[in-house]
Each structure stands twice: as C-alpha cells, then as structure tokens.
Design a binder for this molecule. Structure first.
Ligand SMILES: Nc1ncnc2c1ncn2[C@@H]1O[C@H](COP(=O)(O)OP(=O)(O)OP(=O)(O)O)[C@@H](O)[C@H]1O
Ligand SMILES: [Zn+2]
Length: 721
C-alpha cells in the first residue's frame, strides 16, 4: 500500500459530519483540489469533494479514494465560501456543501439526442412512406426521428431506414445546450438623466474592480432595473469570461421580469430556483461550473452555485423577507451575497425602494456607495398616499371596505382604470369559531388557527398545510351550524367587491392562485378591473393602468411588539402603494387604519422615509439591536415537552459568561407547537464588537444534547420576538 508516490486527500462529504476525512490516493490517480470523487464511507460509496491534499501515506491505515467522478472541479472561491459559512453559520462544513452540490447529474456531460436532416442524396427504393418522411424532414429542418415520423404519419423505423440509406444525415446534439451569449450593446430603453447618472456611478465601480458594494436606493418605479443593467453591460464588456448573478425574491421570477432581461441582452439568462426541475438544475449548475453561463437569474439558493469567475452580484428588492431562509439551514441571503462578493473580489449592488436598516447603515457609514434615484422616469409621479380613519368611516357591519374607499373605487372604475385591493391574508377568514361555546378551530398538534378557504370549502392550517372540510357540528359542543367565520381574507374582500361592483372583472391573487403569471399578464393588459391580492401582488409588478391601491388593513403587522414590525409594515406599504400610477396616469393609495397617527403611517403619508428610519434607528440603537448589535436564536424541538424544556434549560445554563452578551430565555417562540413538535428558543444579543459565531461555537462545544432533540442555530433571525 505505502509507496513513495502515494499521498492523502481529505474529502469533504455533503453530510452533517464534523470535518473532512483523510483517504489514500491510489497510485496513478491524479487528484486536484475541488475534484469530485467517490469514496467509501461506512458501507457506502459517497460523492465527496477533495478539500485538501497532503504528501506521503501518513501514519494511520487509511481507506482509498475509489474513483474520480468527472465534472469541473469545485472552484477555490466556492470552497472558501463553504469554509467561511461553516464558521459564520456555526454549522458542519458538509451541511453547507450540501447546499452547493444540488445536482449530481451536472457532473456528467449533457446527454445527447440524435436529430435527422435531409442530406440531398437520392434515396434508393422510394416508397410512399419514404417520400412522406423526406417531405416531413424538409419541412421540420433538424428534428428527432419521433417528430419526423409523427409529422409523416409513419413509424420511426422508416426514418432510421432512410438514414442508413444515406438520404438523411444524423446530428448528435446536447439536450442541455449552452446558454446564449448576452450582448451588452443590445438596444435598451433610453435612460433619463437621473438613471444615466446612477448607471455611470455603477459602471465606474465595475471599472475600479475588486470588491465594491453599492446600495441602489430608488423610489418605486424609478427604473432601478434599467440602472443595474448598466452595471451588467459593463461587466460583459470588460470581462469576456465574467459571470453575473442576479438575485430576486422567489416569487418575483416572473415571465415579465425575464423578458426584460431578454429584451436588454438579446438572450435568456440561466435560471435557478427551488421549484426548477432536475433538467433545469443540471443544465444551470453544469454551465456555471464550466464557466460558460454568463448571467444567472435566481432565488436565494443561487448563492451556492459554483461560479468560476463571479464579477457582479445584484440583490434586487434587497429588503425582501424571502431572502431569509428559516427552515433547514437558516441564513440571510442578502448578507451571504455580500460575503460571497468579498470572497470572489466581485462587485455587489443591493437595490430597493425601501432598503433594510442594515444596508442603509452601511451606506451611511460609507461602506456602501449610496446611489439614489429620487424620481420616476418621464411623466410618472409617485402616488398620493392618504389614510381612511376607520373609527370615523367604519364599513357596514360584517364588511371591510369603507365608504370613502368605495367612492374612490367608483371614480377609478368609471375612468376605465384599475384597482388593487391589498390584504395580506390568504383564504376567506383567518379564524373560525363556535357561536355556541366559543371554541376556536385549531390545527391538530399545532397551536395555530385554521383559516377558512371558501373556494375549496376547507379549513386550512397555513403552518403545516393540514386541511379538513368545514364541519357541520362544532367539534367541542356538537352544536349544529354554529361555526362562524371571523375577519377577512382576500376571498372575503373579493366577495364584497363583487357585491359592490357586480359588472367588474374581479380576480384574487395570492399564493393559492393556480396561475399567478397568467393573472399578472391579464392585469398588465388591463383585462382585470379589481385585483384583490396578498403581498405576492405587491412586489415588483408594473401594471400601467393601475391607479388606485386600497389597503384593507394597514394596521396588520403593527401589533405584536416585534421591533422589526414598524420597518416591515412601512416597507410593505411603500411597495404596495408603489404599484399605483407607474405610467402616464397618476396614482393614489388609500390606507384603511385604526391608528392613522402611527409613525409608520404618518411617514408614508408625508413621503418622509428618512424621518421614519431615523426614529427606528434610534430605537434599535438604544436597545443594541441589529444593525447596532448582533442577534442569534437557538431553537430546540422535541416531541416531548419536558425533554425540550430540560434541554433548553441545560443549554442556557452552559452559556459562557462574557461582557457584552445577553441571553434571553429559554422561552416559547410564537409557534410553540408545530406538528406535535414542542419548541423552545433562546435569544442571544451581542455587542457589535463580539464575534457572535465564535461565541456560539464555544457555547455549543460545552453541551451534549441527545439526538431526540433538534437544535438549530440561526445567526441572523429575522424576528426579534
Ligand atoms: N428610461 C425609461 N424610459 C421608459 N420607461 C422606463 C424607463 N426606465 C424605466 N422605465 C419603465 O418604468 C417601469 C418601472 O421600472 P422598474 O421596474 O425598473 O422600476 P423599479 O425601480 O425596479 O421599481 P420597484 O422598486 O417598484 O420594483 C418599468 O415599466 C420600466 O420599463
Ligand atoms: Zn361549540
């Protein structure tokens, strides 16, 4: 076994193991860092990546690497990102690697298909079937045997026979073709002065090279997309092999957005998101790893793609809460994007009309270049925002649209314009209770109210997905027909709108909608009069004829005591109001509220974002909350409530004592029971100067928790509650 030339490789597996393991490299096998290999782990052969190479056979008897797996090696930047994240997120490195290796198929070359084409050579023994095939092949150009045979109305054997006879030639083509080459000089919109200026700043940053960060802070509808296209074009010009990642919130990956990319750069980008099928995934992953894909448009998980030469990352709608992943591996995609840009020496642009306090603080401190776009292009102006005080103008009993909002809707519809009614609640009613005994319908094993969905006639748990038919008898007191729906969801508001405007075309847009893309198209074309939507309808869309936005409940989200509630509500309301009046016709937004004096709502009416953020910042600073301090959450889950309490208690007791760190809890989180799993949570607040990841690692190493208890560490919890 041990010869002069033998060496060792440490192999990292995409598994929750504490570290990479050493293997012997068999003689004759040349391995490089980042190579994909098969190696024995227990009784199995497992796909791993060469993480280190060492000379000599070493002291211990080691197993051997079995075989190389092919595919482009994992680039150095990606490996560094994995190591960095493992430390930062307090996770075993293999857990991060698992987020990188998302397509084993991508390591193999693309499968090929055979296409047929008329060769021009005469076919011997012409028959009617053969003539039909030649006609079909001429009409189709390059096509598969099956397609030609179908067109000709014969069996595929006739096609193959003609190929053997030389009358058809065959071409072998990859099923996953490379992506088109984007053209930076393709015709775009002509930019306004403000846009050109902002674009110029971004182009200069691209030319400066290396890690650069910019906050593109522009009001809704100001054309931020066009401006960051300028940065993309500059990278395409300067770096013939440079790669660009554009991150969007998952639901913003619509046909409308993609066609704007195509229009500007002359070809479709590579696409990456969690719902993409294996074929889309393997193509994108392979092309990125081989350095051929130039532009990737993706959701947060695109961060983990193996870029070989990443030059620019755009995080569009950077404030969006969907960049935060809570399940599985918790991380904040926006922050990791900045980290990745640093490691790759790339530029990053964070774009938003309502930047997060984190990014604004970085811009104010000069860490990010602050690029502003204060106005919409051309004649488009920002919407006029007003409140409707529900205490003065209450809707009729059992209704949710107030008289002033109804009046505004009448005007808008009479002018032939569109209305968006916004309520961030899916279904018909958020709560169903028994009039006889007061029983509230909840999800089994989960402390969560069931939401009534009237279209499907079911009560649905939005936490676990559990659903049941609406019962006729109260499950508690058995009273008949005693269940009543409390409060509105979008279905109920749509029902009311239908009652008020029986002739209007009304649609509901929420994550329950079967075809959101179709709704967006029809809304854009003006085929819908009133769209009743949740936050999915509030993001990024351009509906030129939409001039009235009615917010059914502007107070939703302000209650509850989460210090982020004000910021989040403000962001959502700016975004939803920002859908109005994006083209020639001016728009307005009406907010129904019980507390028109609330700071977030006042700031919105005054259009004074900065004053609002100023007070928010002061509150955060006083409490030492992010961005002025660091937070982490440690969550415990178990089937047994006593076990989870004991484990959380022991964990808390083992906390290292340090100045500048405060430990809160263990306590019950907002959802303390889900699918029969009991949850407890410890919150950690640390001063900015403290390396909270290192602190959490040290803490974790002090406690042994039994495997029946799931422990999750989140170094960037979105909610502080
Ligand atoms: N220079 C321009 N000339 C003509 N139309 C423009 C120009 N710039 C932007 N637009 C149009 O204005 C609309 C808004 O642009 P875009 O979607 O880029 O705005 P945004 O800043 O991303 O807005 P939001 O933050 O609300 O999503 C789009 O329909 C876009 O095509
Ligand atoms: Zn009852």
């Amino acid at each position: 076994m041990s010869s002069e030339s033998s060496s060792r490789a440490s192999i990292l597996f995409p598994l929750p193991l504490p570290e990479a393991f050493d293997y012997l490299v068999p003689e004759g096998l040349e391995l490089g860092l980042g190579d994909h290999v098969l190696a024995p782990l227990g009784k199995r052969m497992v796909h791993g990546v060469v993480w280190g190479l060492k000379p000599g056979p070493g002291e211990r008897a080691l197993k051997s690497v079995e075989a190389p797996m092919g595919g482009a090696p994992l680039p150095a930047g990606t490996r560094q990102f994995v190591d960095w994240l493992a430390r930062y997120l307090v996770q075993p490195p293999g857990v991060i690697l698992r987020s990188v290796l998302r397509s084993a198929e991508a390591l193999k070359p693309s499968p090929t298909e055979t296409l047929y084409q008329v060769s021009g050579t005469e076919a011997p023994r012409m028959t009617a079937a053969r003539a039909a095939v030649l006609d079909a092949a001429l009409a189709l150009g390059e096509a598969s045997a099956a397609d030609i045979a179908r067109e000709a109305g014969v069996g595929a054997g006739v096609v193959k026979g003609l190929a053997t006879a030389g009358a058809l030639t065959t071409i072998s083509r990859p099923i996953d073709p490379p992506y088109g080459i984007p053209d930076p000089e393709a015709e775009g919109l002509s930019l306004t002065m403000l846009q050109a200026e902002a674009g110029g700043v971004l182009r200069r940053l691209v030319r400066a090279g290396g890690f650069q960060a910019a906050l593109l802070d522009g009001v809704t509808g100001s054309g931020k997309t066009e401006v960051y296209f300028e940065a993309i074009a500059e990278v395409l010009r300067r770096h013939p092999d440079g790669q660009i990642l554009i991150m969007l919130p998952e639901i913003a990956l619509t046909a409308a957005v993609l066609s704007r990319f195509e229009a500007r750069f002359g070809c479709a980008p590579a696409i990456w998101h969690s719902a993409a099928g294996p074929k889309v995934r393997r193509r994108c992953w392979r092309e990125v790893a081989e350095g051929r894909a130039r532009i990737v448009v993706g959701a947060r998980s695109a961060l983990f793609l193996p870029f070989t030469n990443l030059k620019l990352i755009i995080v569009d709608e950077e404030h969006d809460p969907t960049y935060k992943q809570d399940e599985g591996l918790p991380y904040q995609g926006r922050d990791l994007a900045v980290l990745r840009a640093k490691i790759e020496g790339a530029m990053i642009v964070l774009a938003s009309a309502t930047p997060s306090l984190e990014s604004l603080t970085n811009a104010q401190a000069g860490r990010y270049v602050h690029v502003r776009l204060p106005a919409r292009p051309g004649s488009a102006v920002l919407p006029q925002v007003d409140t409707i005080d529900l205490r003065e103008h209450p809707p009729e009993a059992g209704r949710w649209i107030s008289p002033p909002l109804i009046a505004a809707m009448v005007e808008t519809l009479q002018a032939g314009e569109q209305v968006l009614l916004y309520l961030n609640r899916r279904g018909y009613a958020p709560l169903v209770l028994c009039r006889a005994c007061g029983h509230r319908m909840t999800s089994p094993d989960t402390q969560s109210y069931l939401v009534e969905h009237r279209y499907t006639g079911r009560l649905v748990c939005h936490v676990t997905g559990f659903s049941m038919p609406r019962p006729k008898f109260c499950p508690e007191c058995q009273a008949e027909d005693s269940l009543t729906s409390v409060g509105p969801g979008v279905e109920r508001v749509a029902e009311e709108a239908k009652h008020l405007f029986p002739d209007a075309k009304i649609e509901i847009y929420s994550s329950d909608s079967a075809s959101g893309a179709d709704l967006v198209d029809r809304m854009e074309r003006g085929e819908i009069d009133i769209l009743v939507g949740t936050q999915i309808a509030a993001k990024g869309h351009n509906f030129p004829n939409l001039t009235l936005v009615g917010v059914i409940d502007a107070d939703l989200g302000l209650a509850g005591g989460d210090p982020r509630a004000g910021e989040r509500t403000f962001q959502t309301l700016v975004q939803v109001a920002g859908r109005a009046g994006r083209a020639e016709r001016p728009g307005r937004a009406l907010l129904q509220t019980h507390q028109p004096e609330h700071e977030a709502i006042q700031a919105l009416i005054a259009g004074d974002r900065d004053a609002f953020l100023e007070t928010e910042m002061m509150a955060r600073e006083a409490l030492g909350l992010p961005p002025f301090g660091r937070m982490a959450a440690i969550s415990f889950q178990a089937r047994d409530v006593q076990a989870v309490e004991a484990a959380a208690g022991r964990y808390a007791a083992a906390a290292p004592l340090t100045d500048g760190v405060e430990i809160w809890g263990p306590a019950e989180p907002p959802r303390a029971l889900v699918r029969g799993w009991h949850r407890r949570r410890i919150l950690v607040r640390a001063d900015k100067a403290i390396d909270i990841s290192a602190y959490l690692r040290a803490w974790k190493s002090r406690v042994k928790i039994p495997p029946s208890i799931r422990v999750t560490i989140d170094v960037d919890p979105y909610s502080f509650m």
